[in-house]
Write a protein that binds this ligand. Structure first.
Ligand SMILES: [Zn+2]
Ligand SMILES: [Zn+2]
Length: 885
């Protein structure tokens, strides 16, 4: 029963974190009974350490998972990490650079070896942190996207999609990062608006002296690669130029005028230059018109030989020279300021260069159709629901997915090229010879797959697919996905497409999209702003439970979460309050000779009657009724992802009802050496139930206290984490008890308020009178001892109307008057005048509402009645105040 004076979570949190894992209680079994609840983690990048956004995500997941586990469901939370292709490669490259080593000098094999070494050293970071933060995952099922099993799934999916014609290799304009040397998907390009220029250049029309066509461009250096200019066929201004050609300045090249919708007559001069090698729209126009492609910028961002005199220059340097030369030659008509959107590599911030290259693509339209249907028909539900709109917008406009990356870290594309006949062989295993010409040892494609290709398979590859495992048939489809909106397309949409394609069913039934964690000024957290909250630092400072609670309090669906030091501090105070309540109980148990005890059947405990009165003490009836209401609300809140509501209800219950009232009422009759009285049983059962209610939100504190209560003894669950979660039971609701204790609370609160207003010391006992002419008087009398003690007031009870008095407060039920020292009377008068003003306002409001026929005819009768009753109450109170004044 010894319990430390001070709540120091650091003393016990690491212990329970490890104990939960060692005891195996988070291990799922496909054979376990109960409804299945399964969830896969959004795999954090193996490069990383957890940031506060992860902690929010994992806290929300953990609350839901722990709740399901306690409900007796067959619960699986599958953890793991993502190899994070480009991100990881960059981290390791940077580390090698510090040693003066370049990736290309090492060679592919050696470099990959170094990444694996790096992974072995740092790859467990995430797991260690998650364990410490109490994530109740099944670590025996931990996965990594480059595990042999998952790699097999990747190859299988690739081959099947290829055989179905849904993967193809093609020449296409891709976003190219000249620094990372790889193609990027549209999603990996970050666009930002910059102040640029629009250069107007004129091209002389061939054989029509004095006739020019003026084009405008934001990238003048690309004109070196122009292979046409386009006008709109309907544009009357250029009707005479339909077969004409123009002279390309600086390059001494003749290029045709083509007719294409690409040129918008309403925009500028209505003439556009066409550079098929360096712009996506021009690339497509070039295809329509069979234009040659002249690549003037290479994969390093350097001008090629085709750029003539500009060859070898950096692309931005070339821009300056081209502009200067155009100006000198008289071809530059004007320069305008122009705001444009520039795409940069999401990883390294280098300006992306659109380049034509041969890449692997997934044909996404046929996959997207089914994934759209799944959301339309409700097979996948987004919460909040408006995210489905964002999802549809993207899915309806989906473009083929470029899945090849020119990296070394990742899943190598399972395609082999024949050195002789150039046949491409897509296969699960390396072919020994070319099936077409028979030549030996075809060479594997050097590209790797986009990292989202493997994470797109995560919900089924982690469960053993392509093998038909028991895990797969038990836990797929998963029940829920909790993730951030930033990976809705990267990941959620791809999982939906691939899950439906390969499993014939959706990968998850619900997707809960959580918000961002922001600082006290509602600013996004970022390293550059220096407002980042490190989860490990704050959990060390306040305790994991307090940080979890602070996050949950703000976690309303559809909103961002504001995390402040104050909130974490107050959450720590909340934990401390519970600690002190336990300490108070344990100390009194010792004095009363009570051993640790909890009821045999936790889930259907009913408060016991007193051995003398043979009645259940009213405060016990009350606390079990309140517990019941709390259970109802918490269950509903967690079920609907209203984590903030669950947190508020628990806070309100534990702090204000259990600690502030119940224990205070109980304090009145703790007797020394009384043994395990029914009263004690009721307290301990209530406390134990409350701990279980709080467990998903604050797992460490509740486990610590639950174990100290001896709740795990003989035949009961090993841990609170697998004890049953309290459910609402109609028979525990006791309105009579709630009304009665409610009245006691009202009287005590009122007396305390009067005392505070009069600025009197709480220790100074006051005298007063309670007036009531209805049954409130009897109730108050029954609880006279409690009221007088809790309010520190000596009371008289009178069944008569209250006389005029200044220090008085009134309800429709009773009047409470305190005798205050003379000096306080002025303050009381002021207070009453203020109160009078408010009452007059309230009455006027109610009268206005009741006089408004449009309102009274539409509002439910109940509401109108309520307003009328309230108005009568206001009037009664006003009369009393007027008398007193
Ligand atoms: Zn880059
Ligand atoms: Zn061949």
């Amino acid at each position: 029963m010894q319990i430390e004076k001070v709540y120091e979570p650091q003393r016990f949190e690491p212990h329970w974190a490890q104990w939960w894992i060692d005891s195996g209680i988070f291990r799922a079994s496909s054979k376990a009974p109960g409804k299945v609840f399964s969830l896969v983690i959004p795999p954090p990048n193996v490069t990383g350490s957890l940031h506060i956004g992860h902690m929010l995500e994992h806290t929300e997941i953990d609350v839901t998972v722990r709740w399901h586990r306690m409900l007796g469901d067959n619960t699986l939370w599958l953890p793991g990490t993502d190899h994070a292709g480009i991100a990881t490669q960059m981290v390791v490259e940077r580390k090698l650079a510090e040693e003066g080593i370049k990736r290309r000098d090492l060679g592919r094999e050696e470099f990959e070896k170094r990444v694996w070494e790096w992974k072995a050293e740092y790859g467990d970071n995430i797991k260690r942190q998650m364990v410490r933060l109490g994530a109740s995952c099944d670590w025996s099922r931990e996965r990594f996207t480059l595990d042999p099993g998952l790699s097999r799934a990747v190859r299988e999916v690739f081959v099947r999609l290829y055989e179905k014609g849904l993967i193809y290799r093609g020449e296409y304009m891709v976003n190219w990062c000249p620094r990372c040397h790889t193609a990027l998907s549209d999603l990996e390009v970050a666009h930002s608006d910059v102040a640029g220029h629009l250069w107007h250049i004129r091209y002389a029309v061939k054989d029509m002296p004095g006739r020019y066509l003026t084009v405008a461009t934001t990238r003048p250096e690309t004109m070196l690669g122009d292979t046409a200019v386009a006008v709109n066929p309907k544009d009357e201004r250029y009707a005479d130029l339909h077969r004409a050609s123009v002279q390309l300045p600086l390059m001494d090249r003749e290029i045709p005028v083509i007719l294409d919708e690409l040129a918008d007559p309403k925009f500028g001069t209505g003439v556009v230059k066409v550079t098929p090698s360096h712009d996506l729209n021009d690339f497509e126009a070039g295809r329509r018109h069979n234009l040659p492609k002249i690549q003037v910028i290479d994969e390093n961002g350097i001008m090629t030989a085709a750029a003539g005199p500009y060859a070898g220059l950096d692309r931005f340097e070339a821009r300056k020279r081209v502009v200067a030369d155009l100006e000198a030659s008289g071809s530059l008509v004007k320069i305008e300021d122009y705001a444009l959107s520039v795409g940069k590599c999401d990883r390294c911030k280098t300006v992306v260069e659109p380049l034509v290259s041969t890449q692997w693509f997934v044909k996404t339209k046929p996959l997207a159709e089914k994934a759209i249907e799944a959301v339309e028909t409700g097979k996948i539900e987004f919460i909040p629901a408006n995210w489905s709109k964002t999802y549809f917008e993207w899915m309806y406009n989906i473009r083929d997915w470029c899945i090849s990356r020119q990296l070394w870290w990742g899943h190598r594309i399972p395609a082999w090229h024949c050195r002789e006949c150039r046949e491409i062989i897509v296969a699960r295993e390396a072919p020994e010879r070319c099936p077409r010409c028979g030549s030996e040892a075809p060479v594997q494609d050097t590209d790797v797959l986009d990292t989202w290709f493997s994470s797109g398979l995560w919900p089924f590859s982690t469960l053993g697919w392509p093998d038909q495992t028991e895990d797969l048939s038990t836990y797929y489809p998963t029940s829920l996905l909790i993730t951030g909106f930033d990976i809705l397309f990267f990941w959620v949409a791809r999982m939906a497409m691939l899950g439906i394609e390969f499993m014939g069913d959706v990968p998850f039934r619900q997707v809960y999209i959580h918000g961002l964690v922001r600082d006290a000024d509602r600013q996004k957290m970022s390293k550059t702003k220096g407002n980042v909250v490190d989860p490990l630092v704050v959990t060390e400072k306040y305790g994991t439970d307090a940080v979890r609670m602070a996050l949950l309090q703000g976690a309303a669906p559809g909103t961002d979460i504001v995390l402040t030091e104050e909130r974490m501090e107050s959450s720590r105070a909340f934990a401390n309050k519970i600690w002190n309540a336990a300490r108070f109980l344990f100390m009194n148990m010792e004095r009363s000779g009570v051993e640790p005890w909890v009821p045999d059947r936790l889930e259907d405990y009913h408060p016991q009657p007193d051995t003398v009165t043979l009645e259940v003490p009213i405060e016990d009836r009350w606390i079990f009724s309140r517990l019941n209401s709390c259970a109802e609300q918490v269950n509903r809140a967690i079920e609907t992802y209203r984590y903030h509501e669950a947190a508020q209800v628990l806070w309100q219950f534990f702090w204000h009802e259990f600690c502030d009232w119940y224990l205070e009422l109980k304090k009145l009759d703790f007797k020394e050496n009384s043994g395990l009285t029914p009263g004690w049983r009721n307290i301990l059962a209530a406390f134990e139930t409350a701990l279980r209610l709080l467990h998903p939100a604050m797992p460490f504190l509740t486990e610590e206290l639950w174990q100290r209560l001896g709740a795990q003894a003989a035949g009961r669950p090993l841990s609170i984490a697998i004890a049953s979660f309290p459910k609402y039971r109609q028979e525990s609701t006791d309105f009579a008890a709630e009304r009665e204790i409610g009245l006691v609370q009202e009287i005590v609160t009122m007396a305390r308020t009067l005392r505070v207003e009069a600025k009197l010391d709480p220790k100074q006992q006051l005298e007063g009178t309670l007036y009531s002419r209805n049954d409130a008087l009897e109730v108050a009398k029954r609880h006279a001892t409690a009221i007088q003690k809790l309010a520190n007031v000596k009371l008289e009870f009178k069944s008569e109307a209250a006389p005029k008095s200044s220090a008085m407060r009134s309800t429709a039920q009773f009047d409470l008057a305190l005798q205050l020292p003379k000096t306080q009377e002025d303050a009381q008068r002021k207070r009453m005048e203020k109160e009078r003003e408010q009452l007059v306002k309230n009455i006027a409001n109610s009268e206005r509402q009741l006089a408004d026929e449009a309102f009274t005819s539409k509002a439910p009768a109940k509401v109108v009645d309520m307003i009328r009753t309230k108005m009568e109450d206001y009037k009664a109170q006003l009369r009393k105040i007027d008398d007193a004044l």
